[in-house]
Design a protein around this ligand. Structure first.
Ligand code: C2E
Ligand code: SIN
Ligand code: SIN
Ligand code: SIN
Ligand code: FE
Ligand code: FE
Length: 381
């Protein structure tokens, strides 16, 4: 990466750059398409494509816009924030509708341009937009390059040819990454919906799953898990009580204390949830299966269904246990009143090393400001 975008606001003051010769062009295209082919994450593919575009046409900024139904979407690149605009708007929309590239030597002289300089403080001058298609000819999106850094300061037909060629090499990788993202988004939605079903049976509001998800995320990060893994747990933890779908209403919504027999039946929500989820080999559903199975295990071995102890209990189960009980105590249930915060914290201190992993209780205490922010944000009606 060069640092030319830092000069964006003083465009015109930095030294001109030269056009790459054909050998350099080939090297750029070769290097980037190899990297892009190995990348599964859609946003990373878009970033790499943008970097490649920037080097090929020697622009200050380059953005890759994707056509998603009625919308054009882009990811942060070269100082441009993430944007979503209607697919017919601006120069990008124009290029996509006509299928033709657009060149502008001075954006301020073109009424089709959608001026965002006022918000960004950037100074746009030359713009080039090149629509690109997949191998079947379907429109996929557009490259948008801003401000040519060579002495001519305008984009040319050669830029269009080079960038179109480069885009055609990334098309397959881009489609594969889009498909992966689509599948993952769908999984997340299904999992969240299933979690809400588990909760709605027991007259809890949907906010419970949302809060447990966010608490688990905060605790996971506080324990030093990577953001990716914390995100995985955040998506999986709302499923912890999915097995409650199989528990009769009379028990689930019983206003008073459960009898021993009723509680024995209630306990089966853990294994029922686990059995619903365990067959899938998907990482997300496997994490959800573990959480469903182990969120009522206790650090001292006194929990259920298996009486696991210490780190025999999967970390995801130990984290969700803290998140779930914190929320269960904070809220009114059919069988109990909401507890005041100091009483909840007292319970967590007493149960530190008993019910709960001591380290996670420490993280809970440290993260309390963030936890309370979430509690406030997702209040039950
Ligand atoms: P839940 O309401 O989501 O509670 C989750 C966990 O939070 C409980 O797991 C328990 O560890 C903790 N918790 C909730 N309320 C209290 C409380 O008043 N005092 C203390 N010390 N801890 C509390 P647990 O006990 O394994 O219960 C699992 C599920 O069984 C509960 O989920 C709830 O759906 C049901 N349940 C438990 N006890 C009763 C009850 O007395 N009456 C009814 N109707 N349901 C109950
Ligand atoms: C346009 O190309 O006119 C819209 C996108 C932008 O803000 O540059
Ligand atoms: C409930 O059944 O009480 C809500 C589910 C939960 O607290 O985990
Ligand atoms: C489970 O035991 O719930 C799944 C397997 C595991 O914990 O790793
Ligand atoms: Fe549970
Ligand atoms: Fe719960």
């Amino acid at each position: 990466m060069d640092d030319s975008s830092e000069f964006g606001q003083q465009f015109g003051q930095h030294p001109y750059q030269s056009e790459p010769d054909s050998e350099e062009l080939l090297r750029i295209i070769f290097d980037y398409t190899a990297k892009i082919a190995n990348e599964r994450n859609l946003d990373n593919v878009l970033m790499l494509m943008a970097d490649m575009g920037k080097e090929i046409v020697v622009s200050d900024r380059c953005t890759v816009w994707l056509l998603e139904g009625e919308w054009l979407r882009t990811k942060v690149a070269h100082g441009v924030p993430e944007l979503k605009i209607p697919s017919s708007s601006g120069l990008v929309g124009h290029a996509i509708e006509t299928g033709e590239p657009v060149f502008i030597d001075d954006a301020y002289l073109d009424p089709r341009w959608y001026n965002t300089d006022k918000e960004t403080g950037y100074c746009t001058k030359a713009i080039m937009v090149i629509p690109f298609r997949n191998n079947e000819g379907k429109m996929m999106g557009a490259y948008q390059a801003i401000n040519k850094l060579t002495s001519s300061a305008v984009f040319t037909e050669a830029d269009v040819r080079n960038l179109t060629l480069a885009a055609s090499y990334s098309g397959k990788s881009l489609e594969a990454a889009q498909l992966t993202q689509e599948i993952e988004e769908t999984q997340k939605e299904i999992i969240f919906t299933m979690g809400e079903i588990g909760e709605s049976r027991s007259q809890e509001t949907g906010c419970h799953v949302k809060r447990v998800a966010e608490y688990s995320y905060i605790l996971a990060l506080g324990l030093g898990l990577s953001p990716t893994e914390a995100e995985l747990l955040k998506v999986a933890s709302p499923m912890h009580d999915i097995g409650k779908v199989a528990i009769p209403d009379t028990i689930l919504n019983k206003p008073g204390k459960l009898t021993e027999e009723e509680f024995e039946l209630m306990k089966t929500h853990t294994t029922i949830g686990y059995n619903l989820l365990k067959a899938s080999t998907r990482r997300l559903l496997q994490a959800a299966a573990i959480v469903a199975h182990e969120h009522h295990e206790k650090w001292n071995g006194g929990g259920y269904p298996r009486g696991l102890k210490g780190d025999e209990i999967h970390l995801y189960g130990r984290i969700t246990a803290v998140a779930d009980v914190f929320d269960a105590l904070s809220c009114e249930r059919v069988y109990k009143k909401a507890w005041p915060l100091d009483r909840i914290l007292q319970l967590f201190q007493e149960e530190r090393g008993q019910h709960f992993d001591p380290l996670i209780v420490d993280v809970l205490m440290k993260s309390l400001p963030d936890i309370l922010k979430i509690q406030n944000l997702y209040k039950d009606m």
